[in-house]
Design a protein around this ligand. Structure first.
Ligand SMILES: [Zn+2]
Ligand SMILES: [Zn+2]
Length: 134
């Protein structure tokens, strides 16, 4: 097991992942695009018990395609998106992997919401593709 550390751009929020992620996926949905200001989220799903945080996040309650609330946590100082929690995945957190100190060894297993992906992006080698959610 490898611990991984990460945090927001300004350093006010830091976290440690105490286990390897359960799944690793790129999400092209329009909410991930908007909250990141970019093309997609690089998401790690990990047990909530294995996520340790120092510093406070601010929470925006978003509504996912499923109609269920998605609690999006970000740094209230620098705005970096750090994680999301959804009732669809109780006991799990979705960590925004772009906030890790190192993404070494993290290869996406899946791409979801590919029907929203930028047309000029090529598929990621070895990743399963789903037009919507898995
Ligand atoms: Zn910050
Ligand atoms: Zn998404």
């Amino acid at each position: 097991m490898q611990e991984r550390n990460g945090g927001c751009l300004c350093g006010a929020v830091r976290y440690t992942l105490k286990s390897e992620p359960r799944s690793i996926a790129v999400c092209h949905c329009t909410h991930c695009q908007r909250q990141s200001g970019s093309l997609f989220s690089f998401n790690l799903v990990i047990r909530e018990a294995d996520y340790q945080q120092s510093g406070e996040t601010v929470v925006f309650v978003d509504k996912g395609d499923s109609g269920h609330p998605v609690h999006r946590h970000f740094c209230g100082r620098c705005g970096s998106p750090l994680l999301a929690k959804t009732a669809l995945m109780p006991g799990k957190v979705v960590v925004k992997a772009g906030t890790l100190d190192s993404m070494e060894g993290l290869q996406p297993q899946a791409e979801i919401y590919t029907d929203r992906a930028a047309a000029w992006l090529t598929p990621i080698p070895g990743a399963a593709r789903f037009a919507r959610n898995v």
